[in-house]
Design a protein around this ligand. Structure first.
Ligand code: ZN
Length: 203
């Protein structure tokens, strides 16, 4: 599967001059939600992740997605695996399992995002699951931003990755691209454009 082509064809992989949520600048931006505008993409991508999980032999009961970013990917992955689909959401900034979702003691849960950058939200959802007695047996995303190590990739875990090393992380591809501190940004130095901030915190 050519994952990058699917993202580019959906205008989900943007080229320009972007300010990331970290404050750094980049020539590329992943607008992950765009690729899921077409439900067929969600289905194909999630089925690819599901195949990796099935091939690993990992047993799972439930997929939990951190809202909002992970909702569609999590639902699509749960559909592909024929498992329960739930989500975590922030209440007063704390990632929480609510809406009547229950977790049995020892229930095996995969946390699913659309994309994993450092895995911060995914870890918060994982902690919420484990506080309720569940076991987080894996992490999943349609794409990996390249800071964390996913199964079947040579890319090593970077210091800012928050995912644990002893839990597998499944994703289809690595989307690595250069990021610059604003003072070092070659696009800023060109002076032709200002960094814009797309995504959930910008628009
Ligand atoms: Zn810049």
């Amino acid at each position: 599967m050519d994952v990058k082509k699917i993202y580019m064809d959906a205008n989900a992989l943007l080229e320009g001059h972007f300010k990331l949520s970290s404050g750094n600048h980049s020539q590329f931006y992943l607008q992950s939600a765009k690729v899921l505008e077409d439900p067929k993409n969600a289905k194909v991508l999630a089925e690819g992740v599901a195949q990796q999980i099935q091939a690993s032999g990992l047993e799972v009961d439930t997929i939990c997605a951190p809202a909002l970013g992970g909702l569609i990917a999590g639902f699509a992955l749960a559909t592909a695996l024929d498992k329960r689909s739930i989500f975590a959401e922030r209440v007063d900034k704390i990632m929480t399992i609510r809406r009547g979702f229950e977790i049995a003691k020892g229930e095996r849960v995969i946390i699913c995002e659309d994309i994993i950058t450092t895995g911060g939200s995914a870890m918060e959802a994982a902690n919420a699951i484990e506080e309720m007695g569940g076991i987080v047996v894996g992490f999943a995303a349609l794409a990996n931003r390249g800071f964390c190590h996913r199964e079947n990739s040579d890319i090593k875990k970077k210091p800012n990755c928050k995912l644990p090393e002893d839990v597998p992380f499944f994703a289809l591809d690595d989307f690595t691209f250069e990021m610059y501190a604003p003072s070092d940004c070659p696009l800023c130095k060109e002076g032709k454009s200002e960094a814009i901030k797309p995504g959930s915190r910008g628009n």
